[in-house]
Design a protein around this ligand. Structure first.
Ligand SMILES: N[C@@H](CCC[C@H](N)C(=O)O)C(=O)O
Length: 278
């Protein structure tokens, strides 16, 4: 995928998705990073640009196979993005022919592995202390003092996980947006709504910080299995149905592993006239 290009003329990118959680992927290996908040907002606009849930920029690394940075469509940075990590993992596994590669994100160095046709990523250990999530003041992270008493989990980015009896009854946009901006979350938060179907199956819907409702959220799926397990509602390994399909989550000694499909949608490029308008 690595390509030389002159950004004054064109910007090649890939569109990929993991369970409908969609990403624009820019490969900046071998040169300076080029993504800015303005560029992310322009590309992320589904009318002006092409739209995405997150933009992922690949960079050369001195510590792992690659470095990877994430941007939301409102131009904010995301410290973690599980599904984009799986998508870029797929590209790198195919490019190198290896069975396992390492990816350095703000979260730390993550491992991506082939899992048949799917890709597994170890998203690391959950952050359960109030100041790690982060929250604005010390509270019980197992039962936050908000209506619905969500569980707070950091996965390199903040999550508030609500358990609900019937997911069809939840106003994900209204409730999610309210919680995203609650003062308890100084960096805002991603919001998950989970209906536990059995000890090994969960139905989850998500409101993503900086993006809104998406068809899936990998870090949110990891946060949800941690929250369900902490509350004693499920085992540590579950199948999770999100709007875009199914993921497998496995909270092990070495971190939370997430396995699922990835898809390359198309490859294209922005030309100079687009870049000049940013
Ligand atoms: N889609 C992602 C997570 C998105 C990050 C988020 N919006 C944030 O600001 O933290 C995933 O697959 O994990």
């Amino acid at each position: 995928m690595q390509q030389d290009f002159d950004t004054s003329r064109r910007l090649p990118f890939l569109k990929m998705h993991g369970l409908g959680n969609d990403f624009v992927i820019v490969d900046s290996r071998g040169r300076d990073a080029i993504v800015t908040a303005e560029l992310a907002r322009a590309v992320g606009d589904r009318h002006r640009g092409v739209g995405f849930d997150q933009l992922a920029e690949i960079r050369s690394s001195d510590a792992a196979d690659i470095d990877l940075d994430f941007w939301n469509s409102d131009g904010s940075r995301a410290g973690a993005c599980g599904n984009a990590t799986r998508c870029v993992g797929r590209l790198m596994l195919d490019e190198t022919g290896k069975d396992e590669i390492t990816i350095r994100t703000e979260r730390g160095i993550l491992i991506a592995r082939r899992a048949g046709d799917e890709v597994s990523v170890n998203m690391g250990h959950p952050q359960r202390m109030w100041d790690e999530v982060p929250l604005s003041h010390p509270v019980d992270t197992d039962f936050l003092p908000l209506e619905g008493e969500p569980v707070a989990v950091g996965m390199g980015n903040p999550h508030a996980v609500f358990f609900v009896p019937d997911i069809k009854e939840v106003d994900v946009a209204g409730w999610g947006k309210r919680v995203e901006y609650d003062p308890l979350f100084p960096q805002r938060t991603n919001v998950e709504f989970a209906e536990v179907r059995s000890r090994d199956e969960i139905r989850m819907r998500v409101w993503e910080r900086g993006t809104g409702i998406t068809l899936a959220c990998g870090s949110g799926a990891c946060a949800t299995v941690v929250a369900a397990s902490v509350r004693g509602l499920t085992d540590k390994k579950v199948r999770m149905e999100v709007d875009g399909g199914w993921l497998t989550l496995d909270w092990r000694e070495d971190g939370v592993w997430m396995t699922g499909p990835t898809q390359l949608v198309f490859q294209a490029e922005f030309d100079a006239s687009f870049l000049e308008r940013v």
